[in-house]
Design a protein around this ligand. Structure first.
Ligand code: Z5A
Length: 209
């Protein structure tokens, strides 16, 4: 495949979406062809799954394994319909969340089997891994405070306890330790422009051409 697949990860409010936009503007200014996408919700089917996954439905809770399977279904469709064709066409893909989110949220956060999640990730991606994953490491309280400041209400997952979000954060820390070549940690507590400058430097080191 000719393109590059770059994933942005982190806890709520870490700044992924803002950094993907800044990165896209920067790469396009250099004449590159860039695709921005996200999980869940990178396809039409995925948008419907995203709504089911994130809407607040206190009276109809989603079972944990059902939630896991819905994220896997979203990913499988995304890989086949969007990621593989764009990579084959030589595009640079900036993706908001991917397989590490499932390990961090459903594995470390919910406590589901990491082995089962690895198997599902492998099926859903048919082995497609990112060329680079940027983990924006922000303090859980800082990230949640950013979201509370800017949005009317928190979604189903954001409403989880602080302990849940700390386990998710721990998941990212352990993933970064286990995959040092693929995952790069950036201090997400820095100002937006400072984070963007670090991303530019990492990009130039990784993809010099
Ligand atoms: N999920 C899962 O459980 N399992 C899975 O496999 C997958 C996902 C794929 C949807 O994700 C949910 O799905 C997510 C995990 C779960 N949990 N929740 N909720 P999402 O990525 O769509 O939603 P999110 O995590 O809440 O991200 P977000 O809303 O897109 O936020 P963000 O990308 O991290 O940050 P942002 O939008 O760029 O910034 C948030 C605010 O902070 C905004 O007002 C910015 O202006 C501000 N901001 C950003 N950067 C800074 C800095 N550096 N300083 C100060 N303020 C900043």
């Amino acid at each position: 495949m000719g393109g590059k697949f770059i994933v942005f990860e982190g806890v709520e409010g870490c700044g992924k979406t803002s950094q993907i936009q800044l990165c896209c503007q920067w790469l396009e200014s250099l004449g590159m062809s860039v695709v921005m996408t996200r999980e869940p919700g990178g396809t039409e089917l995925g948008l419907q799954l995203r709504r089911l996954l994130l809407e607040k439905a206190e009276d109809k809770p989603i079972a944990e394994v059902t939630e896991l399977l819905l994220y896997a279904a979203d990913r499988s469709q995304h890989v086949e319909q969007e990621l593989k064709p764009h990579l084959a066409a030589g595009k640079y893909i900036l993706c908001d969340r991917y397989t590490d989110s499932t390990i961090a949220y459903q594995g470390y956060g919910r406590g589901l089997s990491l082995k089962l999640i690895e198997q599902l990730n492998s099926i859903a991606t048919s082995g497609l891994q990112s060329d680079l994953t940027i983990w924006l490491d922000v303090d859980v309280e800082v990230g949640l405070a950013r979201k509370r400041l800017n949005e009317a209400g928190l979604d189903r997952i954001e409403q989880e306890t602080i302990a849940f979000h700390r386990r998710v954060q721990q998941g990212y820390a352990e993933l970064a330790t286990s995959h040092p070549a693929r995952i790069v940690r950036i201090d997400g507590n820095l100002k937006q422009e400072a984070v963007h400058q670090v991303i530019q430097k990492i990009w130039r080191d990784r993809f010099p051409s």
